[in-house]
Design a protein around this ligand. Structure first.
Ligand SMILES: [Zn+2]
Length: 196
C-alpha cells in the first residue's frame, strides 16, 4: 500500500486529500449502498405498475392476495407536481415509463388519459437495510439521482393504503437513447426460453 492510500484509509482524512480525491464516493455507507443495489446490466421481465396492481387487487375476490410480488419496473423519478424525494431517506416516487405513448415525452401526470387514474402509474420505492429499516441517506446522495431520471427497479412489491410500494433489491440506470428491447437487452425470445 502506498502512502497516499494509507492516508485515505485512516480514520482522520485531511481535507486536502478529500479535495484531491481519494476515490469516489467518499462516504463508505454510500459506497456500500451502491455496491449492494446498483445493477450493471438491465434486468429483464419489466411489468407495468397497473398489471402489478391488478394482480394484487383481482386476487382479493377468490384467493387470498399475494403478500408480495417480485417485480421489475421501468420508470422515471417523478411525482407530478409534488417533490419525488423522501428527504433524508433512500426513498422516492417513480412513475411508470412503459406507457401507451412512444418516446420520452409522455408523462402520465400530465397525460389527459393516464392522469385520470394516476395510481396505476405511480410506485413508492424504498431501500431498506437487512433489518428492514429505511436507509437514512437521501436518494440524491446515495445514488446521485435526479428528477425525471429513467431507472429500472427490481424489488418486492406490495399494496399499502391503495398505493403500490416496492422495497428495492436492485437499481439500473437506463442509459440515454437506449430504448427497451434494443440490442443490449435480452430479446423476448431469450426471456421466453431461459437457458436456451
Ligand atoms: Zn398517457
Amino acid at each position: 500500500m502506498n502512502v497516499f492510500r494509507a492516508y485515505c484509509r485512516s480514520a482522520i482524512i485531511p481535507l486536502f486529500l478529500v479535495a484531491a480525491g481519494c476515490g469516489e464516493p467518499v462516504d463508505p455507507r454510500v459506497a456500500a449502498l451502491q455496491k449492494q443495489f446498483v445493477l450493471a446490466t438491465a434486468p429483464s421481465g419489466e411489468r407495468t405498475v397497473s398489471s402489478i396492481r391488478n394482480e394484487f387487487l383481482e386476487s382479493e375476490d377468490s384467493s387470498p392476495a399475494p403478500a408480495e410480488i417480485d417485480v421489475v419496473i421501468r420508470g422515471r423519478i417523478n411525482a407530478g407536481e409534488l417533490p419525488p424525494w423522501e428527504s433524508g431517506k433512500t426513498a422516492f416516487v417513480l412513475t411508470d415509463a412503459t406507457g401507451h405513448s412512444e418516446g420520452d415525452g409522455h408523462d402520465p401526470h400530465t397525460c389527459p388519459f393516464c392522469s385520470r387514474k394516476i395510481e396505476d402509474y405511480v410506485v413508492q420505492v424504498s431501500f431498506r437495510d437487512a433489518a428492514g429499516k429505511l436507509i437514512e441517506i437521501d436518494s440524491r446522495e446515495a445514488f446521485g439521482l435526479q428528477e425525471q431520471q429513467l431507472l429500472v427497479i427490481t424489488g418486492k412489491a406490495r399494496i399499502e393504503d391503495k398505493v403500490l410500494k416496492v422495497d428495492a433489491t436492485g437499481l439500473y440506470f437506463v442509459k440515454p437513447g437506449v430504448a427497451p428491447n434494443s440490442a443490449d437487452e435480452p430479446s423476448e425470445e431469450a426471456i421466453d426460453n431461459p437457458g436456451q
